[in-house]
Design a protein around this ligand. Structure first.
Ligand SMILES: [Cu+2]
Length: 151
């Protein structure tokens, strides 16, 4: 019974934490900014599981020869690196502050890395991301609940 109360408390705390602002996300988490083994699906899956909001920070970490360039959606789709928005960043880590509501598009301009899937779209604030957020907080609390009941 006590563990159930703790589990419920955990759920409430997680929901409260999810509502807090200004989060930091590391691109592809531990894998970092790299050529994904199975193509761009890795970045799409990663981004789909996140809920980016205004004032959040997204950090690109990498080793080896990569860079980060922000581009338009058209250039993103075609992996065109000759018309970047701002400078190409060659030093890791690189932090991007999500300052507005528009989607942001980032690619690696080295060799054919973008074509191999090293590019990521950061979509900011949407109903679906809110749903994903609630869903993931529910999954987290269920995990915490199961863990607490088990111990
Ligand atoms: Cu690269």
């Amino acid at each position: 019974m006590a563990s159930r109360v703790v589990g419920l408390l955990g759920f409430v705390m997680i929901v409260a934490a999810v509502g807090a602002n200004a989060a930091t996300y590391n691109v592809l988490d531990q894998l970092g900014w790299s050529i994904p083994p199975l193509g761009n699906i890795a970045y799409r899956t990663w981004a789909a599981g996140k809920s980016f909001d205004v004032n959040d920070t997204v950090v690109f970490n990498w080793t080896g020869t990569h860079d980060v360039a922000e581009v338009s959606k058209t250039d993103y789709d075609s992996c065109t690196s000759t018309n970047t928005i701002g400078n190409i960043t060659t030093v890791s880590p690189y932090s991007v502050l999500l300052s507005g509501n528009d989607s942001r598009y980032f690619i690696c301009t080295v060799s054919n890395h973008c074509g191999l899937g090293q590019k990521v779209t950061l979509s900011i604030g949407s109903a679906s991301s809110l749903a994903a957020r609630v869903l993931s907080s529910f999954a987290l609390s269920a995990l915490a609940f199961a863990f607490l009941n088990h111990s």
